[in-house]
Unconditional design. Structure first.
Length: 128
């Protein structure tokens, strides 16, 4: 990716990456579910289960051993970013979910789409 598209050639911060990654994660989850088919009510319930902080935290656990040093640094920075979890979320899970979302956003913005697909295929459970 051409970093010159951003001010001072810098990519967005961790929370901005997570903002983008949240949408990309949701799109990937929903795309997989639609390909499998099913009734709308079932699709929606399955999507909600996979896009919550707990599920995203678990997804990050499944791929952490696969991460490069640079990817792990993105995850670490995002996990440690100052943020306020929603009142219903476990703070640890929320921070890890943000880290996963930031990783997805970073991979997307840096043009690493095939790597993003590889990691997300490993992160998303097959049974859903």
């Amino acid at each position: 990716m051409d970093r010159s598209a951003f001010p001072q050639g810098q990519l967005p911060g961790s929370l901005e990456l997570a903002y983008l990654g949240d949408t990309l994660w949701d799109l990937m989850v929903r795309s997989r579910l639609v390909k499998k088919g099913g009734r709308m009510k079932e699709l929606h319930r399955a999507a909600v289960k996979q896009v919550c902080a707990k599920a995203q935290s678990e997804a990050l656990e499944r791929i952490e051993a696969m991460l490069t040093e640079e990817e792990a640094a993105v995850v670490r920075r995002a996990r440690n970013a100052r943020q306020s979890p929603t009142k219903n979320a476990d703070p640890g899970e929320y921070h890890r979910a943000t880290a996963l979302e930031a990783l997805v956003g970073w991979l997307y913005l840096t043009g690493q789409r095939s790597r993003m697909e590889e990691l997300m295929n490993a992160a998303l459970p097959e049974e859903n």
